[in-house]
Design a protein. Sequence first.
Lengths: 174, 195
Amino acid sequence: MLNQSPSDTLDRLVGLLPQSQTYAARREREKVVFATQGSEDGLFDPALPGLSVEERLYVALYACLLTPSPDLAAEYESRLQKLGANLQTILLIQKSDIQSIQSIQNARLEAILNFTHTLITKPISADKMALSALPKAGLSTPEVVTLAQLISFVSYQVRLAAGLRAMKALEMSS
Amino acid sequence: MSAPIHINGFTNDTLGWKAWLDVVQLAQATPAQMSVLEESHPKAKESDYYLFLVHQPEILRQRSLAFNAIMYAPGGLSRAERELASTVVSKINGCVYCASVHAQRFEQLAKRQDVIEQVFEEPNGAGTSDRERAIVDFSIELTRNPDHVNASSIQKLKDAGLQNSEVLDLIHSIAIFAWANRLMLNLGEPIFPSV
């Protein structure tokens, strides 16, 4: 049990304790544990220039609501609240429909959230036009890279959480 | 050399990929960007995909660490089965480029392509054994409806002979392609070989 990676965001969200088999299975794939947490830390690092942390959390919240992944949506909502983000914006994102997103009345955030909608709900439908809406809304290329990586990471994180939760549920029932 | 497959727009041909926005020019890359490219993939410096993502080097570094640990680590789920799961996810998400790469890897590892043809035809019910069908079914379910996956989904994998460690590797292989497919589909497009 020496040199084990510490509990991370996924353990906390799924409720995995060190004595569980699922927790132990994750520690046999420690590089994945570290790189998953490392990706999350990197994507939400306040020192990363470009998209603000608030914008990044709005994206994560919206992505989780659309997937849907209620547990992860609650996690990102609580991080937004801790940050002191605009409550009206959070409420409009939680409604999740196009009209609500438009009524945030922030063209940059609207373009960011529309791109999030496409990548989460129908990744195949995205094309050069969908991508070019981002530079048109004022995003630099590195900001576009951050946004695409963030949405794609959340797609990964919600499936990992769902899979681990199911493993834990089976472990508990046996 | 495997036989060419062309089914429903999916193929095992070797495809190229080009970015829709500006990539980092190697001559202008910072030392940090160069080292991340070298860590990520043997051909990253010639690839539009990596040269685009390296605009954010630390994020690419962590993504590559996760990807390589999931797809290439020894033990656990066989590498061929990981590639099968990746191919199923890529087919469901509509990523022709990713599907072509991972179909080829499956064939190299498993020395057959029957199940890949089935997946390209119709992923539902694809698989040449109970174990393969269980892997394919779970890959579809976790990709399409992550909120529906539950204890009985995992029990079906165990009934088909997967150990706990193999189940975790399968979850990882499916999840990492939710990530990879979205980058490949939305930041550029595949280039098909000229006939």
